[in-house]
Design a protein around this ligand. Sequence first.
Ligand SMILES: Nc1ncnc2c1ncn2[C@@H]1O[C@H](COP(=O)(O)OP(=O)(O)OP(=O)(O)O)[C@@H](O)[C@H]1O
Length: 217
Amino acid sequence: MIDLIDVHAGYGRIEVLRGISLNVPRGTVTALLGPNGAGKSTLVKVLSGQLRATSGHVHLGGVHVNDAAPDELARAGLCTIPEGRAIFPNLTVAENLRLMRGDPAVVYERFPKLGTRRGQLAGSMSGGEQQMLAFSRALVTDPAVLVIDELSMGLAPVVVAELYEVVAELASSGVTMLVVEQFAETASAVADQVVVMAHGEIATGSDLATVYFGGAS
Ligand SMILES: Nc1ncnc2c1ncn2[C@@H]1O[C@H](COP(=O)(O)OP(=O)(O)OP(=O)(O)O)[C@@H](O)[C@H]1O
């Protein structure tokens, strides 16, 4: 469903992704792990159309999407939840959900806490509640493919568990997912495939051992 073939990308003259090849089969969950600076968010930007690959191929459902804009990708069924909780802090929970253009009742049923706070400014909620709100995009847009960057960053274990319950539910309903995480335990429990990135490449062999056991970045 998501196919990357020898993808290179970066910022100006700095190359960050150095030949990434990755396949996420339809209806499966892939956990993408790796230390700070490995290039995980850069890969998410390429997938969501925010950053163009300088070479290589990006395919979504068999369609070549290297040049597709973010809104075209969204219309094709891709939902991205970027790092850093992409919500509007000065709008209420209800207003944020209205902008996502879905049925808020679905969200309030899944995350009752958000239901009780629908009139609260999003920026005044706890980090976990804000992430639930950001994650709501995946519930209301009914995506075919979901890409989540750093879902559990900075959150209490109980919130992480709640969010991963929803990940598991979406997975069982057939949504194809790429979940980026910095820590192995959380995402790998629900993943069909675990891939590790280091230094802009998919880590294998001794690199993989270094990432896991050597604490390299
Ligand atoms: N806009 C940018 N301009 C220049 N360099 C950038 C930019 N964004 C990221 N980088 C660099 O690209 C490299 C990879 O960053 P990226 O955010 O993709 O890594 P990451 O694996 O997601 O790390 P983290 O887990 O810390 O978010 C880093 O060296 C970073 O400094």
